[in-house]
Design a protein around this ligand. Sequence first.
Ligand SMILES: Nc1ncnc2c1ncn2[C@@H]1O[C@H](COP(=O)(O)OP(=O)(O)OP(=O)(O)O)[C@@H](O)[C@H]1O
Ligand SMILES: [Mg+2]
Length: 425
Amino acid sequence: MYWLILGVLCAIFAVTALFLWQKWAAPWPQIEQLVSQIARGERPSTFLINGGKDPHRVGLALENIFARQQELELQIAGRESGTQTILGAMEDGLLVVDARSHVTLMNPTFQKQFELRDPAVGVPLVEAVRHATLDQLVAETLLTGEAMRSELSLADSRTHSERHVEVSAVPIKNADDEVTGTVVLFHDITELKQLDQIRRDFVANVSHELRTPLSILRGYIEVLFDEPQTSREELTRILSIMERHSKRLQRLVDDLLSLAQLESSHAELEISVVRMDELFNNLIRDWKEKLTGKNLKVIVDLPSETSVLRADGTRLEEALHNLLDNAVKFSPDNGQIRLRGTRCGSNVVLSVADNGIGISKEHLPRIFERFYRADKARSRELGGTGLGLAIVKHIAQLHGGRVEAESELGRGTTIRIVLPEVPPG
Ligand SMILES: Nc1ncnc2c1ncn2[C@@H]1O[C@H](COP(=O)(O)OP(=O)(O)OP(=O)(O)O)[C@@H](O)[C@H]1O
Ligand SMILES: [Mg+2]
């Protein structure tokens, strides 16, 4: 009997111990495994914990924690990639340094501007970019706590040229107004500078071209004032010189207006069907006097299939007029000028060729620039200002086309206007 009671008690104790072990001890290794998997960012295969209701609730809570953690990680990754996208899309260079002038951030544009292969973060600025002016600017911003501006010249090893960058450094301050770093922005102003230079050159060129005829006119007006008794022949001579220079002034102003119109954003073409034979014949008729004056022979080369094209007839006539003007001016007496119209693929090519003085290789690439003259003295003597070919180029470009020049010194020149068969718009 005694043994029986003892046996029953032992059994009760064992069952209770098993029950308690299952309820309180067994879940812990499972919980520990789940927590360490979550900490490593791994998804556990199950969140079910043996041992009844309580461990089950803990499992559910852990599952919620895991889901929340995943959500937060996604949000952080999203924000990070958003910041990187913004930094990468910035056209200006961006650099951030801390109070010790160590780099804390740079964007891809900054890397490109300073030709850095990798982002140099954590290193002193002076080591990262080795640019004394920039280093000084940042040091001054950190020291004074004031925003600074400057301009830097950076070598561009790809194009072997120099780029100009406007730099603005702004201090970063904490709540106690202490400077904790600097944000620096780098804005490329190379194109702006080039445009400014072109504008300045243009104004200088125009003033220069105006000065000569104006001073000649003034000089003769003074002569006429001072010498009222000038003989009739002398008066005729002076007046004809004045007329020549006033015509030159008129032509200069007309060309400048024409260029301004062609370059303006509202420049529009009046496209119509233009007959090429008519175009060339009109041109030859207008130039008859000058052509016969130099005994120049004109050959028109026009295959029948190129007889018409769609273009702005008046503008095209102006372009060809400038080309023929050059051909006549730069041809010797008894020379030959060839006017051609051909079709080449989907383009129409109009060309004016002469066997005149030609243009040397060094000048040829620049003859379409405004005011550019290969032989300044000769061209000016012939009354030219160097705007004719610039006008031709603009007219071709407005038609969606281009210009080409071929020349050999002493042998002659061919200028081609290449237009698409169907003009834009
Ligand atoms: N057919 C040509 N033969 C030789 N040189 C030429 C010829 N056409 C142009 N050039 C050279 O190119 C330069 C630029 O030509 P462009 O027509 O623009 O100016 P220009 O004739 O001197 O002046 P403008 O046309 O304003 O009267 C000329 O000054 C000349 O040196
Ligand atoms: Mg000309």
